[in-house]
Design a binder for this molecule. Structure first.
Ligand SMILES: Nc1nc2c(c(=O)[nH]1)N[C@H]1C(S)=C(S)[C@@H](COP(=O)(O)O)O[C@H]1N2
Ligand SMILES: [Mo]
Length: 362
């Protein structure tokens, strides 16, 4: 067992803050990611909070501010379970960094993504108990951790529109895969915002605030934004660029691994695909000639409307080098862009380019 009870074969980008993604073959073909395999993305030290003394404050534009213990959440609200995929907005950043450097950011490969069964109370039920004002258009979350990259360190936070906050799938979760939510994943209680970038699923939740405007927290106002390619992040005012929320259509090859020595002949390619909010993955194409010809992958039925689509395809490799390429389509007939060059952005978010893996047969 590695750090935070993770598998020894995690790719650990940094130990503190702990940033690690699983070996891609550990995700392949597994609809639910075991807790010891689930990627983890942290901006500060993991806080260890005592579930017995933990309290959640619900405040802002509400008629009745609340202070809730974990026992209150369990006893006063109906429990719900949602199978949801979390994907970091920086997933696949390494391919953007190969186009042009992105200093100071984690070079995530294709596995900053995982799926779990999350159980807890619906955020909308908790908000309803507090009675939000009609002009509360956003719901902000604040965590207990402090981002060590900021001077002075600030708590991690973010917000989602009220329309999403009151949707049935958004949870205040205290269980992950039917176990108590582990500290590294935000225990005792975290937010789960299915269909949004991972950053909005705030861990170690302390405060839920109904607001007129989006959160002013660094990670909403300045970070997790899609800036134009020519913008200087250091000179960008708060709120500039596009605030990332809804996740984007994406897909990646999980196996075979890049550079894998393979025998000529038939092999199975495994991967995942994700659609944006309220969209479904309808097709995944796989090519072994860099995208000149394609065949369709077999899609596994997803574990629910908020879970990834796992897929596999049989390929035939003649002797020699081959480039395996995958791309997904959604139910609006949108597909992914061909090259990361077209997507490069100064903070390195949302690389949704065709996934490419070079292998050699022979
Ligand atoms: N409080 C807090 N919440 C957080 C973060 C964090 O650093 N602090 N990281 C966010 C990001 S960027 C992602 S991708 C997910 C990662 O969740 P995981 O560590 O459970 O995989 O948590 C989000 N919630
Ligand atoms: Mo993230």
């Amino acid at each position: 067992m590695g750090t935070w009870n993770k598998r020894d074969d995690m790719l650990v980008h940094s130990l503190d803050p702990y940033n690690a993604e699983p070996s891609p073959d550990a995700l392949a073909g597994q609809p639910i990611t075991p807790v010891d395999t689930f990627y983890s993305r942290n901006h500060g030290h993991v806080p260890t909070l005592d579930p017995a003394t933990w309290r959640l404050t619900v405040d802002g534009l509400v008629a009745r501010p609340l202070e809730l213990s974990l026992a209150d959440l369990r006893e006063k609200f109906e429990p719900h379970t949602v199978t949801a995929t979390l994907c970091c907005a920086g997933n696949r950043r390494a391919e953007l960094m190969a186009v042009r450097d992105i200093p100071g950011q984690t070079p995530w490969r294709s596995a900053a993504v995982s799926t779990a069964r999350w159980s807890g109370a619906r955020l909308r039920d908790v908000l309803a108990a507090a009675g939000p004002h009609h002009d509360a258009r956003h719901v902000a979350f604040t965590g207990a951790d402090h981002a060590t990259s900021l001077d002075p360190p600030q708590p991690f936070g973010g917000s989602i529109p009220a329309a999403k906050a009151t949707a049935a799938e958004v949870l205040l979760a205290w269980r992950m895969n039917d176990e108590p939510l582990p500290a590294v994943h935000g225990g005792p209680v975290r937010v789960i915002v299915p269909g949004y970038i991972g950053a909005r699923s705030v861990k170690w939740l302390q405060r839920v605030t109904a607001r007129r405007e989006p959160s002013a927290n660094h990670f909403q106002a300045l970070d997790y934004r899609l800036l134009p390619a020519d913008a200087d992040p250091a000179a960008t005012p708060p709120g500039a660029g596009l605030a990332l929320g809804v996740a984007a259509l994406n897909a990646a090859v999980l196996t075979p691994a890049p550079g894998a020595p393979l025998t000529p002949g038939t092999h199975t390619v495994h991967g995942y695909a994700l659609a944006g909010e309220h969209r479904a993955v309808t097709r995944v194409d796989v090519s072994t000639d860099g995208g000149t010809t394609w065949r369709q992958a077999v899609l596994d039925p997803p574990a629910g409307p908020w879970a990834w689509t796992l897929w596999h395809a049989l390929i035939h490799l003649p002797p020699g080098p081959a480039e395996i390429v995958a791309r997904a389509w959604d139910d609006s007939a949108a597909t992914q862009p061909e090259h990361p060059d077209a997507l490069w952005n100064p903070l390195g978010y949302l690389n949704t380019a065709w996934s490419r893996v070079d292998v050699v047969a022979g």
